[in-house]
Design a protein around this ligand. Structure first.
Ligand SMILES: Cc1ncc(COP(=O)(O)O)c(C=O)c1O
Length: 343
C-alpha cells in the first residue's frame, strides 16, 4: 500500500511539471537584485496582495522574524495569540534576534478581538515596554487551520492605526483562507504593515516564503534578511516553482479542505476520539485520543505500521494535514487504519 503522509503539508515533493519549470528558470544573482525570475515572482505576489513590494525569504520563520525586526527596537513588545507559531515554534527568535517582549493573548480557535488588543496595550510609562506590534496568524495552525475573520482584522487594524502599532500577518497558510472563504488576497493585504506567506505548505513548493508590504518596509527587510543569513543567489530555481504553483496549485486546495472535512467527520465517530468539527475549516484536523486509553505516540506508531503517517503533538493529541499528495483514496486508507488502531 502507498504511504499516506498526513504529518504536514510541508512534506510534498515538487511534481514533474514543477521540476521542469525549475530546470528552465532564467537565472541571476538575487543578492545583486538581478535574478529575473525572483524579481518577476516578487512583483506578482506584491500585486496579488495589493501592495508595493515583496521579498523572497528561505522560510516562514525568517519571514516572520524579519518583519518583527523591521518593526521594533529591543525592549518593544509584540502581541499575538497564545498558540501562535511565532510564540510556540520559532525557538524564541523574537527574544534572541530582536530582543522583544512577547505578550500572548488567549484566543478562541486562534482568534482574538480588537477589544483584546486595546486592553493589553501598555501605557506610555517609564516602567513599561513599548507595545509596538500586533500579529495574527491566518490560518491558525495549532487551532486546526482556523480562519481569522476579515471584519475582526479590520477592527484590529483600526486600533493599530489609532495607537500607532504595526500590524503583522503570519500568513503561512493565507492561501487556504483565501480558497476557503473566496476573499481576495488583496482584501487581506490592505490591512497589514507586513505580511509573511509560505510557498512550501499548501502550494506544494519545495522551499520558500515571502515578506510583503510597503516599499520602505521591503527595503528595510532586505538588509535584515542579509543580516539573518537569508540572502541567497540563484533563487530563480525556487521562484520558478512558486510561479508554477500560483498557476496550478491554488484553486486545487479546495480538494484538500474537502478531504480534511471527510477525515474529521469519519474519525470523530470513533469511540474515545474527540474532534472540534467547527475548527476543521481548511486542511488541518486535530484528534484528541485521551478517551481511547492510548497516547498520541502509541497511535502514531501503530498507524505507521499500517503505512499512515500522522503526528503526535502533545501527550494525547494527533494532527493530520491534507495536501496535494493525499487524495480521497489515501484518506479512506487513513480512516481504515485509524479504525484498526483504535478498535
Ligand atoms: C503558521 C505558521 N507560520 C510560520 C511557519 C514557519 O514556517 P517554516 O517552517 O518555513 O519556518 C509555520 C510552519 O509550519 C506555520 O505553520
Amino acid at each position: 500500500m502507498p504511504i499516506v503522509d498526513l504529518r504536514s503539508d510541508t512534506v510534498t515533493k515538487p511534481t514533474a511539471d514543477m521540476r521542469r519549470a525549475m530546470a528552465e528558470a532564467e537565472v541571476g544573482d538575487d543578492v545583486f537584485g538581478d535574478d529575473p525570475t525572483v524579481n518577476r515572482l516578487q512583483a506578482r505576489v506584491a500585486t496579488l496582495f495589493g501592495r508595493d513590494a515583496a521579498l523572497f525569504v528561505p522560510s516562514g520563520t525568517m519571514g516572520n522574524q524579519v518583519c518583527l525586526a523591521a518593526h521594533t527596537q529591543p525592549g518593544d513588545e509584540v502581541l499575538f495569540e497564545a498558540h501562535a507559531h511565532i510564540f510556540d515554534y520559532e525557538v524564541a527568535a523574537a527574544a534572541v534576534l530582536s530582543g522583544i517582549l512577547t505578550h500572548p493573548i488567549v484566543g478562541t480557535r486562534g482568534v482574538f478581538s480588537a477589544e483584546d488588543v486595546r486592553s493589553r496595550i501598555r501605557p506610555v510609562d517609564v516602567h513599561c515596554a513599548r507595545t509596538r506590534v500586533v500579529a495574527v496568524e491566518n490560518t491558525h495552525n495549532v487551532s486546526g487551520g482556523t480562519i481569522f475573520p476579515l471584519d475582526e482584522i479590520e477592527r484590529i487594524a483600526a486600533v493599530c492605526r489609532e495607537r500607532d502599532l504595526r500590524f503583522h500577518l503570519d500568513g503561512a497558510r493565507i492561501w487556504n483562507a483565501h480558497v476557503a472563504t473566496g476573499i481576495p488576497l488583496a482584501d487581506y493585504g490592505q490591512y497589514f504593515d507586513s505580511i509573511s506567506v509560505c510557498f512550501s505548505k499548501g502550494l506544494g513548493c519545495p522551499v520558500g516564503s515571502m515578506v510583503i508590504g510597503s516599499a520602505a518596509l521591503i527595503e528595510r527587510a532586505r538588509r535584515i534578511r542579509k543580516r539573518f543569513g537569508g540572502g541567497m543567489r540563484q533563487v530563480c530555481i525556487l521562484a520558478a516553482a512558486v510561479l508554477y504553483a500560483l498557476d496550478h496549485h491554488v484553486d486545487r486546495m479546495a480538494t484538500d479542505h474537502d478531504n480534511a472535512r471527510y477525515l474529521a467527520t469519519e474519525l470523530c465517530t470513533l469511540p474515545g476520539v474527540e474532534i472540534d468539527l467547527e475548527a476543521t475549516q481548511t486542511n488541518i484536523v486535530y484528534l484528541e485520543v485521551a478517551g481511547t486509553g492510548k497516547t498520541g505516540a502509541d497511535v502514531e506508531a501503530e498507524l505507521r505500521r499500517r503505512d499512515v503517517l500522522a503526528i503526535a503533538l502533545g501527550p494525547t493529541r494527533l494532527r493530520c494535514v491534507t495536501h496535494l499528495e493525499v487524495d480521497r483514496a489515501g484518506c479512506e486508507q487513513a480512516v481504515a487504519a485509524f479504525k484498526e488502531v483504535l478498535a
